[in-house]
Design a protein around this ligand. Structure first.
Ligand SMILES: NC(=O)c1ccc[n+]([C@@H]2O[C@H](COP(=O)([O-])OP(=O)(O)OC[C@H]3O[C@@H](n4cnc5c(N)ncnc54)[C@H](O)[C@@H]3O)[C@@H](O)[C@H]2O)c1
Length: 329
């Protein structure tokens, strides 16, 4: 049994708490939030099944706690993760890992020196639909990837310490990183606007990778809530609609055929679109957050690196920092 202390019980912390609690091999040892109303909320759910603290240092000083889960605002991650590592705790931290690449590199080095695990909750790579898409790519069912188009939009929740791109596009970048085995873009561009917020609330990120291109839209000012991903290959194309309650993944046997041959004049070819079957693969329902937390547990037990480790987070944050430079020009 691994004892975990959770810091942050705001909007997302309750989901982390629920999934730690649901895992029979983890013990939600303590919940910490410096806002009394949030601690009251936690008490109303877990009553005597855990302990409650308003000072996170109590969790760090507690020798019975082996791991800390950090679910506070992004701007608070760096200090808490650093202190948790110095206190000898393994760390689960929400995305995005830190506010800068420099901070992320420092924490990565520290965790290595202290032989501790940092698991960044890039939750989407633990999503069963993303795992299925990866399987389809690996089995060459989609063919060569032509483009990846992602949309994450909603009305709110407008944040102060991060832009919509750092908050939302980080999920899509993690998906691309996972699907394409850590491939990095060689061209990055972005535009965004700072409506209602010191950071951008609406961002369009454009990426060029060897062999394919990608467009990622992140918005907190949309009338519609969308969570959509299109991965188009030259054989098949898939659409993942995470707003649907079932049948989230559709595989389209659609594409473009280039026809050439003896009956076609020299140097000439014919391009024909292909409109075939649509297939809905069976995907077992699993909670991505449960999977992410369980992977963290396995990494602690087996003393192995998380697949969602600081190295991956740094790859994503480097893209976000380059995109920020373009956006501010
Ligand atoms: N994985 C996902 O899909 C997902 C979804 C939403 C949010 N998140 C991430 O979760 C994190 C938290 O986001 P949120 O929307 O819940 O924020 P939030 O502002 O609603 O909640 C943060 C909570 O942490 C508490 N807190 C902050 N610093 C503290 C400290 N030093 N000690 C004790 N308590 C402290 C605050 O009082 C607050 O209650 C962010 O990193 C965000 O990006 C992840």
């Amino acid at each position: 049994m691994i004892n975990i202390g959770l810091i942050g019980f705001g909007y997302w912390g309750p989901n982390v708490a629920k999934n730690i609690h649901a895992n029979k091999e983890l013990n939600l040892y303590s919940i910490c939030d410096y806002k009394e109303d949030r601690l009251e909320k936690a008490r109303s759910v877990y009553i005597e099944q855990t302990t409650y603290e308003s000072d996170y240092k109590k969790l760090l000083q507690n020798k019975d706690i082996q791991a800390i889960a950090v679910a506070v605002e992004t701007s608070g991650h760096y200090n808490l993760v650093k202190e948790a590592l110095f206190a000898g705790k393994h760390v689960y931290v929400e995305k995005p890992f830190t506010s800068t690449v420099k901070e992320a590199e420092e924490l990565q080095e520290l965790a290595q020196e202290l032989n501790l695990i940092i698991h960044v909750d890039h939750i989407m790579i633990f999503h069963p639909v993303i795992r299925k898409i990866k399987e389809l790519i690996q089995n060459e069912e989609l063919g060569d990837i032509l483009f990846i188009d992602a949309m994450r939009m909603n009305l709110g929740q407008i944040k102060k310490d991060v832009s919509a791109m750092w908050d939302l596009a980080v999920h899509d970048l993690a998906i691309i990183d996972c699907l394409m085995d850590g491939k990095e873009p060689f061209y990055i561009n972005s535009v965004g606007e700072k409506y209602y917020n010191p950071k951008e609330s609406l961002c369009f990120l454009t990426l060029r990778y060897e062999g394919f291109i990608s467009h990622i839209q992140s918005s907190w000012i949309s009338p519609l809530k969308e969570r959509k991903l299109i991965v188009a290959g030259n054989k098949k194309m898939v659409v993942f609609d995470d707003m649907k309650t079932a049948e989230k993944l559709m595989v389209y046997d659609k594409g473009v055929n280039v026809v050439s041959g003896d009956d076609i004049e020299y140097d000439d070819y014919v391009v024909k679109t292909r409109d075939g079957d649509v297939w809905i693969p069976y995907i077992k329902q699993e909670d991505a957050l449960y999977n992410s937390i369980n992977h963290f547990r396995e990494c602690i037990l087996e003393n192995k690196q998380s697949i969602s480790n600081p190295t991956q987070a740094i790859r994503l944050q480097k893209i976000l920092e380059s995109a920020d430079e373009k956006m501010n020009k």
